[in-house]
Each structure stands twice: as structure tokens, then as C-alpha cells.
Design a protein around this ligand. Structure first.
Ligand code: KG4
Ligand code: ZN
Length: 391
């Protein structure tokens, strides 16, 4: 079974083809194409929804086309840049994206229908509904957050090119019961899976997602977007014990909150330069020294990550899962990996970093299980977007 996965929930336009193994247990990556509009947002310090949606319109057909070609032709390419496309190419790609010899090999279309930015989700969903209808393939609406965890079920790849064989995939699929940690720009959740499609949401953030907190703190320090990697880089030069930032205290054991630490960072930065709470945050970067920025970055990172790890370890101790898996862009964070490795009693393996951020492969992988485990397909005339979809 081969599923085409389409992902457009934020600023990445992505498509991939994933094949389910004959025993139905693991997935094989046949192609994975991601076109990011991140560079267009960087100047604004965050994703601009209208720009993201417009960029999806330009990229979606060339990206799908590339994913189909990479999956079935002998010389696959790889990541394409949105800058490399032009109108003629997009028209040509429309022809290819509808080519029947490639589509004959596809058994279904999976698409992210939530959570995400409304305008962005709409482009992926409308495209998938159209392709599903004209190609007569079942359509699977996919929850983006759930999909992040399903990147951990991809253990094989089509090794036809240097680029594709460079994935460092997990060697084995996780074993149920699974404790899943999702840490991204939009989500921070702990989920316990008894089996496929049988899960319980243990906890989630009440306000900012962890990645969002990294992005906002980076902005206060004048570090470039996306803030996660910038904070991690700056933190290398700082002292994680320089400031004693607070951990959130919530009544529900597995819920998260990052607004308090964000405010604490702001107040600390203002105090460091001898100003009070009225001093505007956008003027902080000019007044803080590099050493102060690095110390704030290191102290923030250490406490924010420790909050995540504390709750993951507590959930592990309470529910005793056979596997722990992590998904989402913040899973790239070295501090998170190190703290989890140190404190969890099982050896934690991480999926290839290229499958941690938003991608079509995770969507296709979840689509494979939906199809093989006889989950109800979505109606291609009705599937709607769901920007606030929860698990
Ligand atoms: O999963 P993702 O690619 O997109 C969403 O679904 O949100 O996650 C993006 C988030 C951004 O907030 C980015 O700052 C964060 O992941 N991120 C990191 C690191 N790399 C990316 N956060 C901390 N440390 C990193 N190394
Ligand atoms: Zn995501």
C-alpha cells in the first residue's frame, strides 16, 4: 500500500509517498519533498499567515509532482526551494501531477486538515480533495499533531540517490503502549497510545507551545527566527545557572504553561539593563550585551526543557510504556535529547531530524495505518479544515 501525504498546516508545503510493509507494521519512505517559505517570514520574526497561504498556492502542485516522480522514477531529487519555481514550471507540474502512470501506483491520499493556520490548511485540503476525486482514490483527513508521532514508524527508505539514503532512520518501530511527546511551534502534548487510534491525551499546554516560547524569547533577545535553533546556539556560550527562571505550577499533572517563564525572561532582561516593566521589549536587543543574551538563552533553555522532561519522566513512571517517542521541531534540541537520555530509564532513539519538522511523510505514514486498519476514509466532497483540532 502506497499513500501520498500532503502537509500545508503552517509554512512548509510538503508532499511524500510512503509504503506500508507487507506485514503492516512499519513504513518505507519512497519520497519526501519539502518547500519552506520560512525565509519570507524571517524578516517579520514569525510566520505571516497570508504569505504562507500564498506560498502554498505557488508550491503545492510542483511539490506533489516532485514527490510522485521521486517515489517512482529512478533519479529522485530532494528538497526544492520555493524560489526555484516559476509560473511555467507550475503549469508543467500540473500536467505531471495528474499523470496516470504515477497515480496508478498510489492507493490513497492523506492530508493534514488540522490543527494549523486556516488559509494554509485550506490549500492542502482543497488540493487533496480534488486529486482524490479526479483520481478516484480514498482520502484520509489527518491530525497534524498525531502525524508528528507517526514519523517514528518510518524505518526504511528507497535508497536510490545520495540524498535519500542520507536519512538516519529509526531501526525499529515503537512498541505499544507508547508514550508520545509532541514538541513543536504550535503544540506541546503528552499522549499515551494503547494501540493505533486508541490513545489518551495526558496533558497539553495552556498557553504558548514550547517552540513558540523559544521563538518569542529569541525575538526579545534579537536572535534570528526561527528562535529555537538561535536560542540553542546562543546558549552554548552562556551559563544555564545565571538566572533562576520559574517552572510553571499547574494543578493538572501533565499540562504545560510557558507564559510565566516568558514574562520572567522579559522582566529579567529589563532589570539587567536597569529599566522597569514599561521598557519596550523590541528595544532590549540593543541594550543587552552578548554575554547577557547568552546567559538568558542558556537559563531559559535549561528550565523550559527541564519542564518538558520532568513531565515526560513522571508520565513514564506512572504508565510504564514500552516505548517513548518524540515528534515536532523542538525534538531537534540537543538539551532536550540529553536531558531525556539522562533521566529516562530506557534508551531513547530519535527519528532523523529531517522527519521531525513538518513534512508529508508523517502524514502519509499515518494515512497508511488508517487505510490498512480500515479507518473510515473522509468524504472528498466534504472534508473541511479544522484549525483548532486537538488530539
Ligand atoms: O514541528 P515544527 O517544524 O512546526 C510546527 O508544527 O510548529 O516546529 C517548529 C518549531 C519552531 O518553534 C522552532 O523554533 C522550533 O521548532 N525548533 C527548535 C529547534 N529547532 C526548531 N526549538 C528548540 N531547539 C531547536 N534546536
Ligand atoms: Zn508541526
Amino acid at each position: 500500500m502506497k499513500i501520498l501525504g500532503i502537509e500545508t498546516s503552517c509554512d512548509e508545503t510538503a508532499a511524500a509517498v510512503v509504503e506500508l510493509s507487507s506485514n503492516g507494521k512499519s513504513c518505507k519512505l519512497l519520497s519526501n519533498v519539502v518547500s519552506s517559505s520560512m525565509d519570507l517570514h524571517a524578516v517579520y520574526g514569525g510566520v505571516v499567515p497570508e504569505i504562507a497561504a500564498r506560498s502554498h498556492i505557488e508550491s503545492i502542485l510542483p511539490v506533489i509532482d516532485q514527490a510522485l516522480k521521486d517515489a517512482f522514477y529512478s533519479h529522485p531529487s530532494s528538497v526544492i526551494s520555493h524560489q526555484s519555481k516559476n509560473k511555467e514550471q507550475a503549469t508543467g507540474d500540473l500536467r505531471l501531477a495528474t499523470q496516470s502512470d504515477l497515480w496508478d501506483q498510489i492507493d490513497g491520499v492523506a492530508v493534514t486538515y488540522g490543527a494549523g493556520l486556516g488559509g494554509s490548511l485550506l490549500i492542502g485540503v482543497i488540493t487533496a480533495r480534488t486529486l482524490s476525486t479526479i483520481k478516484n482514490k480514498p482520502l484520509y483527513g489527518i491530525n497534524h499533531v498525531e502525524a508528528h508521532l507517526y514519523s517514528n514508524f518510518i524505518t526504511e527508505q528507497r535508497a536510490k540517490s545520495r540524498e535519500q539514503s542520507s536519512y538516519q532512520l529509526l531501526k525499529q518501530v515503537p512498541v505499544f503502549p507508547i508514550l508520545g511527546l509532541i514538541v513543536s511551534g504550535g503544540h506541546t502534548q503528552l499522549v499515551l497510545f494503547k494501540d493505533h487510534f486508541n490513545y489518551k491525551l495526558l496533558g497539553q499546554t495552556h498557553d504558548d507551545a514550547i517552540g513558540e516560547a523559544f521563538d518569542k524569547v529569541a525575538k526579545m533577545l534579537g536572535l534570528p527566527y526561527p528562535g529555537g535553533p538561535s536560542i540553542a546556539e546562543s546558549a552554548k556560550k552562556g551559563n544555564p545557572l545565571a538566572y533562576d527562571f520559574p517552572k510553571s505550577k499547574l494543578s493538572s499533572k501533565y499540562d504545560f504553561s510557558f507564559s510565566g517563564i516568558k514574562t520572567a525572561v522579559l522582566r529579567t532582561a529589563q532589570a539587567e539593563i536597569g529599566e522597569d516593566y514599561a521598557f519596550p521589549s523590541h528595544k532590549l536587543p540593543d541594550r543587552l550585551s552578548e554575554a547577557q543574551k547568552a546567559n538568558i538563552a542558556a537559563s531559559f533553555q535549561s528550565v523550559a526543557i527541564e519542564t518538558i522532561v520532568d513531565k515526560t519522566v513522571a508520565a513514564y513512571e506512572e504508565f510504564n510504556p514500552k516505548s517513548v517517542i518524540v515528534g515536532g521541531g523542538v525534538a531537534a534540541n540537543k538539551e532536550l535529547r540529553e536531558q531525556l537520555a539522562k533521566r529516562l530509564p530506557i534508551a531513547l532513539k530519535f527519528q532523523d531530524i529531517k522527519l521531525m519538522g513538518d513534512n508529508g511523510a508523517m502524514v502519509a505514514a499515518l494515512g497508511c495505518y488508517k487505510s490498512s486498519l480500515k479507518q473510515q476514509p473522509s468524504d472528498p466532497y466534504k472534508l473541511d479544515i479544522f484549525p483548532n483540532l486537538s488530539m
